[in-house]
Write a protein that binds this ligand. Sequence first.
Ligand code: SF4
Ligand code: SF4
Length: 377
Amino acid sequence: MSKKVRVLDVEGLQSLIGELRKRGYTVIGPTVRDGAIVQAQVTSVDDLPRGWGDEQDAAHYRLRERGDDAFFGFASGATSMKSILFPATELIWSGKRDETGAFTVDGATKPEPGPPYALLGVRGCDLKAIEIHDVVLTSRGFKDAHYASRRKGTFIVSATCGEPGGTCFCASLGTGPSPSSGYDLNLTELVGPKSHTFVVGVGSDKGQEVLDAIQAPVASSAEIEASDDVVRNAALTMGRELDTDGLKYLMYANAESPHWDDVAARCLACTNCTLVCPTCFCTSVEDVSDLTGTTASRHRVWDSCFSESFSYIHGGSVRESTRSRYRQWITHKLASWEDQFGMTGCVGCGRCITWCPAAIDITAEAAALRGASTARK
Ligand code: SF4
Ligand code: SF4
């Protein structure tokens, strides 16, 4: 069948989840947990955040009841697919000592090939973040075997963002509100008083094959038009914006700006911004042993350029002050990432703004360096 735009109703969405599970995928999608949207295993539409939206601003996140049945009516959640493909803790190896005193390392360094993941409801910004991690973690000299193993065979069902949050600025970076590539299927949800449907764009042969296995009629021109309206309206209602004109050079030119002292006076160096960021990938290793010294294991854990120990090398920390750590983080995101990986390190999801307890705003700090006030709507 041709790659025509199709349409699914709510039963069709359930069929899609069922078909993916039938094909052996573990479906991961948005769920509600502890008052936030987080990624977790989904076995039916009942696991999705039906009727939930969110309020987001600097240092502010609340779920709110939308008053309708939308499944994807929220902006970026508290976690991204980073928590699935590149989890916060990874066992690197473990070993034990036998009665003779000999220590044997188990073969845990090889990643276990698990069932392939189908990632459901991935926003354009988070899809771009996966693309960035593909470059950072698998395209260079040393491949991250654990990430590559989880990423292998991934099926991606993205979802157009219909209502951006107060801290979103994906439109400034061209990563949303609708993804342009990298998905197998893309859903644009249309919730009306009389109908509830998903206009489905096909991004790959694999996506087409799955869609052909379920009932998915060709979308009408009115439905396609309505889905285009969702994208247009979302692009016009971004909570933040980031002026990207000459941004890399702006960052480099301000390496010694007194503005870093101003940010440092507010920043708690808590690391929240790096932990929620879908593109941050810095890690450390932690060794654990039992009290008798019989077993030991090494774990890779997320780290952050905001922790003093992260830049510790033979005798001292390279970045001792919060000033230097914030400067390092934002300069890497918006400038040196481009030199290192050929793309920007920020996808405009806004999580670092929402989850910063000090309400520090990457768009406002970049605007302050430019000498402009923050554009807030
Ligand atoms: S910028 Fe905000 S979230 Fe990031 S380390 Fe500083 S206080 Fe924490
Ligand atoms: S820097 Fe902030 S806005 Fe950019 S991708 Fe990371 S969390 Fe999202």
